[in-house]
Design a binder for this molecule. Structure first.
Ligand SMILES: [Zn+2]
Length: 176
């Protein structure tokens, strides 16, 4: 036998205990919140005449906080790092192959396109990595500029050499 579902009640504290009207009774939000006798007709949030527009409103602050949380989560994820997505695609592909005993021509066609998609993703990832990495030529240029600057500020050639050798060794660059 099915159990009767108790409707939610208003529940406002009255002299005779909690109000037993159905929640939201005679309000536009029947089934939720206080009944019409106990504050259920008082507009809340953006509908309220007391609602404060602007940055300091409680609602605005809550909204900004939830957006900030989402942005924080996204910020931790390097947008160029698609390794996770790539691994997921590979795993799905392997899973698909494992589940198939005899592959049909259509399956093979699908797998070929899928594998192509994966290698395209890998290619794109490698390209993005290379675009953001500093080239050997750029490092050489920086090293040469550094030597010029050091020469202008350190008079003693031995000190110059020692400074540069120490610097280049510490960042793993051949400064010669
Ligand atoms: Zn009530």
């Amino acid at each position: 036998m099915q159990e009767a579902i108790e409707p939610a009640t208003c529940g406002a504290h009255t002299q005779n205990g909690p109000c037993r009207n159905v929640a939201g009774f005679r309000t536009p939000h029947y089934g939720q919140g206080r009944c019409y006798l106990h504050g259920g007709m008082t507009p809340r949030g953006p509908d309220s005449p007391h609602f404060r527009h602007g940055r300091r409103s409680r609602y605005a602050i809550a909204l900004r906080e939830s957006l900030r949380d989402k942005l924080d989560t996204l910020a931790e994820h390097d947008p160029f790092d698609v390794i996770d997505e790539l691994q997921l695609q590979r795993a799905l592909l392997l899973d698909f192959v494992d589940g198939k005993d005899g592959l049909t021509a259509a399956d093979r066609e699908l797998l070929m396109r899928w594998a192509e998609q994966i290698s395209k993703t890998a290619e794109r990832m490698t390209r993005m990595r290379n675009e953001t990495a500093m080239t050997a030529a750029e490092l050489k240029l920086i090293a040469a500029r550094l030597a010029d600057v050091v020469a202008r500020h350190i008079a003693d050639p031995e000190q110059q050499a020692a400074f540069l050798a120490d610097l280049f060794a510490s960042i793993g660059v051949d400064g010669r």
